[in-house]
Ligand binder design. Structure first.
Ligand code: TXA
Ligand code: MG
Length: 336
């Protein structure tokens, strides 16, 4: 299959691309679309074949449910069995945006989308292109990140092309994703709520919006089963990812030697104590504010893989709330 790539730089280009994407989706094809978080691989939730293709193309386990993207609160309510006050508050506060709400599902949402679970994950994306396509199709779109399963999520159209070239008919290029890491996933079927996947909307922001002290934190078996995707080794570059903090260059070199790290095959990602390149294969610097960091992180991880890095050393990031989504991805990426 030829994979076509369309840009949306002009209003005409935008409309043409939205029409083309919607036409393909109506036919049951799956297409890669920009969202504000990461690029998504979208399909009509009511088309079994399309949803099967999403799982097949990504190599994703059918036991891992998909996020359903909607274009209004009304559309969300058509997928959820009930619409608690918590959902209303969070939707009004954070939608459209990088927040996914897990609610009990209506029978009309096909089981294949939710991995036969009783719940559905709903998100109203902020990206105007994704919104335009949903408006044209008039159906919710299931869209996991548009990468091969367990790879780093794509934040540019090039990233999507590298993973899915020849496997899907269309990729829409809208430039780098403005958020850069996946949405915060909040389970509203437990009280007060539980964060299943941290993101740039923090647990504290959600708690404040709901007027509660904190989230539920019981990390029992039930919470793992609720988000099967979190069981898998995720967000991983091919290279070994190691998180370190160092006082100075000498300290860094000592730790590298102790950790058996070959500096000539190592990409280092720093944001605060930036060492000279020395004999590292690359020293990448990401600005030390969490928004800019999130935007740049996945591209740096992918670049390291592409340039053949054996190890990626990432300077450990701050412990504060705004960094929790980034800390989560780094921790998962470095899990053995
Ligand atoms: O930002 C995002 O959320 C991106 C963009 C494309 O919207 N999408 C995304 O989808 O990251 P995906 O499929 O790569 O990750 C969805 C995560 C998985 O960990 C999955 O297990 C979890 O959400 N999930 C989906 N449905 C769920 C449900 N009903 N209950 C609990 N977790 C669910
Ligand atoms: Mg993903």
């Amino acid at each position: 299959m030829q994979t076509e790539m369309l840009t949306i730089e002009t209003p005409e280009g935008f409309d043409l691309a939205a029409e083309r994407a919607a036409a393909l989706l109506r036919k049951g094809a799956i297409v890669a679309l920009p969202t504000e978080t990461v690029y998504g691989l979208a399909g009509n939730i009511f088309n079994q074949k399309a949803i099967k293709k999403i799982f097949a193309v990504k190599g994703r386990s059918p036991a891992n449910p998909l996020i359903v993207h909607i274009g209004s609160i009304e559309m969300a309510r058509e997928c959820a069995l009930n619409w608690p006050t918590t959902a209303e508050i969070l939707a009004r506060r954070f939608w459209p945006g990088p927040l996914t709400l897990v609610l009990e599902k209506r029978p009309s949402v096909p089981d294949i989308v939710t991995a036969a679970g009783e719940t559905v994950a709903l998100r109203w994306p902020a990206h105007p292109f994704m919104q335009a396509v949903i408006a044209k199709c008039k159906v919710p779109l299931a869209a996991p990140s548009a990468n091969l399963s367990a790879h780093v999520s794509p934040t540019t159209a090039e990233h999507v092309l590298k993973d899915l070239s020849g496997k899907i008919p269309l990729i829409i290029d809208a430039g780098p994703s403005p958020v850069g890491i996946e949405s915060t996933v909040v389970d509203l079927t437990v009280r007060p709520f539980r964060v299943l996947r941290p993101g740039m909307i923090t647990e504290k922001q959600v708690a404040e919006a709901l007027g509660v002290e904190t989230a539920s934190h019981d990390k029992g078996e039930s919470s793992v089963l609720k988000s099967p995707g979190l069981l898998e080794k995720h967000y991983s570059p091919r290279a070994r990812l190691v998180i370190l903090s160092w006082s100075d260059q000498e300290d860094l070199h000592r730790q590298a030697v102790e950790g058996g790290i070959n500096r000539g095959r190592t990409h280092l990602i720093a944001h605060d104590r930036i060492p000279p390149q020395g004999d590292f294969a690359r020293v990448a610097v990401i600005p030390p504010d969490p928004e800019a960091y999130a935007r740049a992180l996945y591209a740096e991880l992918r670049r390291a893989d592409e340039e053949g890095a054996e190890t990626i050393v990432v300077e450990s990031v701050p412990q504060s709330a705004e960094w929790e989504g980034i800390r989560d991805r780094l921790a998962r990426g470095s899990a053995q």
